[in-house]
Design a protein around this ligand. Structure first.
Ligand SMILES: [Zn+2]
Length: 350
């Protein structure tokens, strides 16, 4: 499988010698200890590379970091370290970043494609990012970073959810749903019993590897993973934001006018977390109105100082006026509420 994998990389992507070098270092793939799960992951990666061979620009293989610290246990933040973690799917694992010619990229890990670090993509969404299909549906102009497509909306604003039986962060999730309800009273969160088998649209909270969510309503059961050790109510607020349709605030189209991004201080493997959403995505997938400012208090915002930095004492981004972004995870901001309000009710309030 390893040989097939390398061959595919060479054939389909024309990657540079550096990138091939990185692939060759993955010797663990050939050891007997490497599990069936890893083979399944290789097979999935091969499929993705084959499917998008005409759309792929480059491929980059890397090992994801472990969590270094955790902002969400936030009272204990060591500000002197200035090394704050953000939500991440599959920490400490091998990942492959696939950069499409459209300028968008995804991370392939296990049998998932991840966008912006913690968003699990559906096949259709990958098609859109790769540029092989676009959404034609007419869209309203939204104020925030949000999916502009009615299929992603939870019907009547009702979000049903349940917990996997061994899930330990129930109080945190309930707190997060109450916070969303506080700022968006038109949303209804309904907790289903663990053993409920009804075939309704719902979110299943579970402990996967790291924290992640789908984007918007997917139909049927969709999962939100909350890291068993590190996730908090703030993490749950953030991941629920994704499930409601929101992307990361700093990736919105207006980032150029709101932020200075210090690309030289961002680890190669984390740069994709800061790419602005592209035009073709804005047309059909995610959109926003002209002139709507970024909300630095958004629960979907990233901080100036994080584990994405090469030098953690220097920022990865700052507000245009040079001020630090804290990226709070204590509440859902009025800007977040306005975005969801517009999506569900067609009007803005502050
Ligand atoms: Zn996120």
């Amino acid at each position: 499988m390893f040989c097939v994998w390398v061959s595919l990389l060479l054939i389909f992507t024309g990657c540079s010698s550096d990138e091939i070098g990185e692939v060759k270092q993955k010797k663990d793939l050939t050891t007997p200890q490497y599990s069936a799960l890893a083979e399944q992951a290789d097979s999935y990666l091969s499929k993705i590379i084959d499917k998008y061979k005409n759309e792929i620009d480059t491929i980059y293989n890397y090992e994801e970091d472990m969590y270094v610290s955790q902002r969400s246990k936030s009272e204990n933040i060591d500000r002197t370290k200035k090394n704050i973690d953000i939500e991440m799917a599959f920490p400490s694992q091998r990942k492959t970043e696939v950069l499409f010619k459209t300028g968008e990229s995804i991370d392939v890990c296990d049998t998932f494609c991840i966008y912006q670090g913690d968003i699990v993509l559906s096949d259709r969404e990958i098609d859109i990012l790769a540029g092989v299909s676009s959404i034609e549906e007419e869209g309203i102009q939204l104020r925030g970073a949000l999916l502009n497509y009615s299929k992603y909306k939870w019907k009547d604003g009702i979000i049903r959810y349940q917990f996997q039986p061994n899930f330990t962060l129930r109080a945190e999730v309930r707190e997060a749903t109450q916070e969303w309800k506080r700022v968006c009273p038109f949303l209804t969160f309904v907790e289903l019993p663990d053993n409920d088998k009804s075939k309704v649209d719902k979110i299943l909270f579970f402990h996967g590897k790291g924290s992640y969510s789908n984007l918007g309503r997917q139909g049927g059961t969709q999962k939100i993973s909350l890291d068993r050790e590190y996730a908090t109510a703030g993490t749950a607020m953030h991941e629920i934001g994704h499930a409601l349709g929101m992307i990361h605030e700093h990736c919105r189209y207006l980032q150029d006018v709101a932020l200075t991004i210090y690309w030289d201080n961002i680890k190669r493997k984390r740069r994709k977390n800061y790419r602005k959403v592209k035009g073709h995505i804005l047309i059909g997938f995610i959109t926003e109105p002209m002139g709507s400012p970024l909300d630095f208090n958004s629960v979907m915002m990233y901080p100036s100082y994080s584990s994405d930095a090469i030098d953690p004492y220097k920022p990865v981004m700052l507000k245009k006026d040079g001020e630090e972004i804290i990226a709070q995870r204590d509440y859902v901001s009025s800007g977040d509420a306005s975005t969801i309000q517009l999506f569900y009710k067609g009007s803005i309030f502050f």
